[in-house]
Design a protein around this ligand. Structure first.
Ligand SMILES: [Zn+2]
Length: 114
């Protein structure tokens, strides 16, 4: 048994890295769309049509979410490069592969995330 027991195998790491890069691309697309939407919703348009407020708010949320997730993805890729990926950054326990597959960018185990 290696010291890496409980953390992802090389094969799993390769898959997770590909997934992280795919997610990063998706979120960059979201970011671009949200920025464009906010640019289109100038203050003037908001004054003319108050219903645009809702659209503006949802674009702001999208922007915030995408920014947060990209930050987490970059953190995950950096941990992968250091060989620390798959270990909870809070308690140090291995993060189950099932959780990594669903949310590969989360830095903590389920117990520590709540
Ligand atoms: Zn933990």
């Amino acid at each position: 048994m290696s010291i890496h027991t409980g953390t992802p195998s090389e094969q799993e790491l390769a898959e997770l890295r590909a997934e992280l890069l795919r997610l990063r691309q998706d979120n960059e697309d979201d970011l671009r769309r949200a920025r464009q939407a906010l640019e289109d919703l100038t203050e003037n348009r908001l004054l003319v049509d108050p219903s645009m407020r809702e659209e503006s708010t949802s674009a702001e949320y999208l922007l915030e979410d995408a920014t947060t997730i990209i930050g987490k993805i970059d953190g995950a890729l950096a941990r992968m490069d250091r060989g620390e990926y798959g270990t909870c950054t809070r308690c140090g326990n291995p993060i189950p592969i099932g959780r990594l597959r669903v949310r590969p960018y989360e830095p903590t185990c389920v117990a520590c995330s709540s």
